[in-house]
Write a protein that binds this ligand. Structure first.
Ligand code: ZN
Length: 509
């Protein structure tokens, strides 16, 4: 067996361990009884420790070094390059810190659930303090290039090679243009009515509609499932097993419909990665790709570009409603009082609101910018945890013009910080930027795509994404993939053009 084949086999066993840990996490979110919390924290810490030990072993280091001396084609070389990147990052972290992050994160997550439910920030504050402290230790262990900051080391885990300064330089002008657009829409005298989206929509009917849409857009339910959680997510567990979750509000069906399409976008990416496939080794042998970077996602920004595209460019488009209207009416009797155009306009209402995951396309990125600024300050040590609610509420007022009524609708709403996911939020807006730029290219390359949607046919779009985005795994960096696919580096103009073109039309401006 070549060293390359040995390296891939080593990666495959690591990926199997990771899938077991992910299953424990999925179970904790969905079906685990409350009493299982402490035992689960120990299980998670043990798994994290085992994965870290394997992922930082001399055996793995030696295999990577040996492959770096082998004669490899571009694809194999990219695979080894990414194994090296992960290895170098992991070996910087002490095992004790990895286990402590997993153990404390698991408990902090349960604490967050309670404090969010009880609207009690003080109960969560000590846990958040611990998670910030552990994350700062992690960032220090990773280190960052000169001229950078601690936050960069954390951001790099989710969006390789991105820095806080670069993110800020894209976010600041985008934020100004978005605020101006939101104001223009708010001042228009022709806002869509919200009648269609506040009808009564029974939970079981919403679930049935969600499954119908999943099947149509190409999420393979033989290799996936849909469950209910407080905070919707997608877990690409293993080859043939991708789990989605959603939540239902009987007075606001778009929450679950678009939440499901969003997670399905992530799921279609996971299913499109070549986890069940093989690639050619240096000796011409067939090597299973699962567990190698060739069957892994590039970055959270690219992941999010897939979810946002299905949720917004597809799901919130006019032709989508041409197609789904009759089916939706069959499920929700009250929807029959409205026509397709009224529903299309209602699902595109732009209005400043408190909850990020339910925010419209116009204001969504402002929510992300708020979190980016705040977590960057927490990680830098410029914002103490006790001052978090105040800082959040002040900034929220500046961006949205609203007073936050309570922490449940403010700084306690997101799960991320309880897990220690600092540096994660910016990837949501990066995802919107990538999605809009890909979307421009897709519509040039696939004329008449929207006519397909009106007929419920999403096959050409899915095939294009499979071929141009998913199949490469981590062969290219996010920036390289963007240039390769669209011919341009990532820019903010496609997103602004898309949002302003669509939303101004919805508001008849
Ligand atoms: Zn997402």
């Amino acid at each position: 067996m070549s060293k390359y084949a040995e390296l891939c086999a080593y990666g495959r066993r690591g990926a199997t361990l990771k899938s077991i840990a992910a299953l424990l996490g999925w179970d904790q979110e969905t079906y685990m009884p409350r009493g299982g919390g402490d035992a689960r924290a120990e299980q998670m810490a043990l798994m994290a420790g085992m994965m870290h030990e394997r992922g930082t072993s001399h055996e793995l280091g030696d295999l990577i070094s040996a492959c770096e001396d082998e004669k490899l084609n571009d694809q194999q070389a990219a695979c080894v390059r990414e194994f090296r990147r992960d290895y170098d990052k992991r070996t910087k972290l002490p095992q004790s810190l990895v286990e402590e992050l997993a153990r404390t994160g698991s408990k902090a997550q349960d604490a967050w659930k309670d404090s969010r439910k009880d609207n009690d920030f003080n109960a969560f504050a000590p846990w958040l303090t611990k998670m910030v402290d552990l994350s700062r230790q992690k960032a220090q262990a990773y280190g960052f290039p000169e001229g950078g900051e601690l936050y960069d080391a954390l951001l790099d885990e989710y969006e390789p090679n991105a820095t806080a300064k670069e993110v800020e330089s894209v976010f600041t002008p985008l934020g100004k243009k978005l605020s101006a657009l939101v104001k223009e829409l708010s001042d228009s005298g022709d806002a869509p009515g919200e009648g269609p989206i506040t009808i009564h929509a029974p939970e079981d009917r919403q679930h049935a509609l969600g499954l119908h849409v999943l099947k149509a857009i190409g999420f393979d339910l033989n290799a996936g499932r849909l469950d209910i959680t407080t905070h919707p997510f997608c877990e690409g567990l293993a080859p043939g097993d991708t789990r989605l979750t959603t939540r239902y509000d009987e007075r606001y069906f778009p929450g679950a419909l678009y939440g499901t399409m969003h997670e399905a976008g992530h799921g279609i990416y996971e299913q499109g990665l070549l986890k069940g496939g093989t690639h050619e080794g240096p000796g011409g042998d067939k090597i299973e790709s699962f567990g190698t970077p060739l069957a892994d996602d590039i970055s959270l920004g690219i992941h999010e570009s897939q979810s946002r595209m299905w949720e917004n460019m597809v799901g919130r488009s006019r032709p989508f409603w041409n197609w789904i209207y009759q089916e939706a009416r069959d499920h929700f009797a009250d929807l029959g009082k409205f026509d397709e155009e009224e529903i299309y306009r209602a699902v595109n209402i732009v209005r400043p609101s408190y909850i990020r995951v339910e925010a419209d396309e116009g204001t969504y990125n402002l929510h992300v910018m708020l979190r980016f600024g705040i977590e960057r300050a927490m990680v830098a040590g410029d914002l103490s945890i006790n001052d978090l609610p105040g800082a959040w509420n002040d900034r929220f007022k500046e961006l949205f013009g609203l007073d936050v009524p309570d922490d449940k609708n403010g700084c306690l709403q997101d799960v991320h910080w309880s897990f220690g996911l600092f540096g994660y939020f910016p990837t949501y807006t990066l995802g919107n930027l990538y999605a809009a730029q890909f979307w421009q290219t897709i519509n040039k390359e696939l004329p008449g795509l929207e006519d397909d949607f009106a007929k419920g046919d999403f096959g050409r779009l899915k095939a294009w994404l499979n071929e141009n985005i998913h199949a490469h795994g981590r062969r290219f960096s996010a920036g390289e993939l963007c240039e390769r696919v669209t011919g341009r580096p990532l820019e903010s103009q496609p997103l602004m053009d898309y949002l302003s073109g669509k939303l101004r039309a919805v508001y008849r401006l």
